[in-house]
Design a protein around this ligand. Structure first.
Ligand code: GLU
Length: 304
């Protein structure tokens, strides 16, 4: 299979150092392999999408010399694909309707890796189609394991650690897990390189790939950038936007974060070309999280 990588930002805010690291890592991995690199805007979660954020991210990528191949894919224009996949899963009886409120689920005594585990309340009810419901994937018990190129063998019991997860919300918005699986397959993505905050989502994605008879890409999860408190830099956490006019120093910082040698040049395109030649994923720190340079996480003095 020829190498096809992708960067899949959610346009909920500007590009920050954490998302830049994911973009640089996936770009370098693709270019080092002589492969293609795609950009996909994960704007399926329309209520959280911030107007103008997608364009801002694309402009920052351009200014940093992170050129992409093919047209940018927009999840908001691909809902028919998600609906078709959902229909296929419904046809297998792998999906059920759920009317539990957030509060009811939060009150569940079962705790997993992402908070409350859905206790399966609606699993055996057959709720009428007329009632506005979410739809969940009925997860079978058992350990799922996969090999991450950096993190090694990852094992998860999705039923116990996460529970039956949402494929489509009550509002009709398709969930991230479903959309990402459909898109990676439809875009023939061979290699997913992204932040380790998504490591715990990968088993859910593999379950959906198997149920839909889709190939499983290779995975490489790089450390997420954190602030002094160990919190992931996030658009919602108002991490500062990268200043693309300082492209050279930003790229040097991203490469240092990824454990890669420092290119001589201070010009974005030259830095990237050299870094692609020397790219060695084995040098990436094998951590789930790593602190971002203070100036790029906008920490108050004395916070460390
Ligand atoms: N849209 C997700 C994010 O911005 C990334 C999804 C992925 O790479 O699979 O965190």
């Amino acid at each position: 299979m020829s190498y096809r990588g992708r960067f899949a930002p959610s346009p909920t805010g500007p590009l920050h150092f954490g998302s830049l690291v994911a973009a640089v890592a996936s770009w370098l991995d693709a270019r080092a392999a002589g492969g293609s690199w795609l950009v996909r805007m994960e704007d399926v979660d329309t209520p959280r999408t911030v107007p103008g954020a997608a364009d801002g991210i694309l402009r920052s990528l351009e200014a940093l010399g992170l050129e992409w191949d093919e047209e940018v894919a927009w999840q908001s224009r691909r809902t028919a694909l998600y609906e078709a996949a959902l229909d296929a899963l419904r046809g297998q009886g792998a999906v059920y309707r759920c009317r539990c409120s957030r509060k009811e689920i939060a009150d569940s005594a079962l705790r997993g890796i992402e908070g409350a585990v859905y206790p399966g309340t609606c699993r055996h009810l057959v709720l009428p189609a007329a009632e506005r419901c979410a739809e969940r994937f009925a997860v079978e018990e058992g350990i799922l394991s996969f090999d991450d190129r950096l993190q090694g063998t990852v094992r998860q019991d999705v039923a116990r650690d996460v529970g039956d997860f949402v494929l489509v919300r009550r509002t009709g918005v398709h969930g991230y897990q479903l959309a990402v699986v459909v898109d990676d397959a439809q875009q023939r993505v061979s290699d997913v390189v992204r932040g380790a905050d998504l490591l715990a989502s990968t088993p859910r994605q593999i379950l959906l790939q198997r149920a839909l008879a889709l190939p499983t890409p290779r995975y490489l999860h790089v450390p997420v950038a954190t602030d002094a408190r160990g919190e992931k830099l996030s658009k919602q956490g108002l991490a500062p936007a990268v200043d693309a006019s300082a492209a050279g120093s930003l790229l040097h910082a991203a490469l240092a974060f990824l454990g890669q040698p420092r290119p001589q040049s201070s010009i974005a395109r030259e830095i990237l070309a050299e870094a692609a030649r020397t790219w060695d994923p084995a040098r990436i720190p094998r951590e789930r999280g790593q602190r971002a340079p203070a100036a790029l996480a906008r920490e108050a003095p004395g916070e460390s």
